[in-house]
Design a protein around this ligand. Structure first.
Ligand code: ATP
Ligand code: PRP
Ligand code: MG
Length: 281
């Protein structure tokens, strides 16, 4: 049986559950359920704090989990990222009152508040910066206003929280994060985990691609294929119309309108785009 950890709250929780649902797994119907079984998929889902997930997986108590890349690094647990999931994107950055610092080197001797002390500590050591790390649980931006810290290192998504506190980002991004699937470092991928991986990749394909169908004169097929090469080559079938063929190909969702324009310009007609409900490649 596959034992999987899922964030029970926070920025990654909804998106992680939606993705599992689209991959055909059972999800909980009540926020107070902490463990559910999914007999159809021979799987047990554990709803845990995202910060704790790398710890459980690193201890080997659970086979896999969904968490943030930043939390994985912060935990220092013996876990590895096996699949980036394309949601929950954020950057981890320094910020302070304007004029405090322009780059990471200016942090020598200053106090930096963060809830990611492990991640920050590693980064400062790598950069050879000697600063004092003040570990807080959350809302770290307030620490500057209250005189507890000179700078913060925190998750930034839109930057609204920082702006509201009159703080400015400085220095290079410490890291780019997103939701990731993790396993214990070097562990064997059993059948259940291999199936989960395969299905999650399918969900991402279904989200990132559309199916495009169109008709075109047979003599323009090479130009058309150059525009819609598909995954392993498009399907080309005869049309019940002399000199025409029907083409079906997967096309990246991003930019598909431009592809439709270009197809139209080379004479394609009846160009139809449909969502992909599920995929397994
Ligand atoms: N706008 C956002 N705010 C916070 N975290 C975000 C955001 N967008 C994505 N994330 C990601 O979500 C994860 C943080 O999740 P969460 O907010 O549940 O943690 P937390 O803030 O430590 O928990 P809590 O709010 O319960 O203290 C990180 O991996 C982070 O990169
Ligand atoms: O760039 P933004 O879009 O403003 O998002 C980033 C903010 O969101 C997170 O806080 P969260 O709501 O998780 O509260 P917390 O600090 O108590 O964890 C994070 O710690 C930042 O404060
Ligand atoms: Mg939070």
């Amino acid at each position: 049986m596959l034992r999987l950890a899922v964030p029970n709250k926070g920025a990654l929780s909804e998106a992680a559950q939606l993705m599992l649902k689209e991959a055909g797994y059972r999800i909980r119907s009540d926020r107070r359920e902490l463990v559910i079984t999914d007999p159809l998929n021979d799987c047990e889902l554990f709803f845990l704090r995202p910060r704790d997930i790398a710890v459980y997986v690193g201890e080997g108590s659970l086979d896999a989990g969904i968490t943030g890349r930043d939390m994985l690094i912060d935990s220092g647990a013996p876990v590895e990222e096996i699949l980036p999931l394309g949601f929950g994107a954020s950057t981890f950055r320094f910020a302070a009152k304007p004029g405090t610092a322009a780059e990471v080197g200016d942090l020598n001797g200053l106090r930096i508040a963060t809830s990611y002390a492990g991640l920050l500590g590693k980064y400062l050591a790598d950069q050879g910066v000697d600063a004092r790390v003040i570990k807080l649980d959350g809302a770290v931006e307030t620490a500057i206003r209250l005189g507890v810290a000179d700078a913060v290192a925190d998750v930034v998504e839109t930057g609204t929280t920082l702006r509201n506190m009159g703080l400015e980002i400085f220095g290079d991004p410490i890291m780019h994060s997103e939701g990731v699937l993790i396993q214990r470092s070097g562990a064997d991928q059993g059948g259940g985990l291999a199936q989960l991986l395969h299905r999650l990749k399918g969900v991402m394909v279904a989200r990132d691609y559309v199916m495009m169908d169109y008709d075109i004169r047979a003599e323009r097929i090479e130009e058309a294929i150059a525009l819609t090469p598909g995954m392993e080559g498009p399907t080309v079938s005869p049309l019940h119309r002399e000199g025409w063929v029907a083409v079906r190909a997967m096309v990246p969702r991003k930019g598909h309108q431009q592809v439709m324009d270009a197809l139209w310009d080379i004479g394609a007609r009846a160009i139809l785009v449909t969502d992909i409900y599920a995929a397994r490649l």
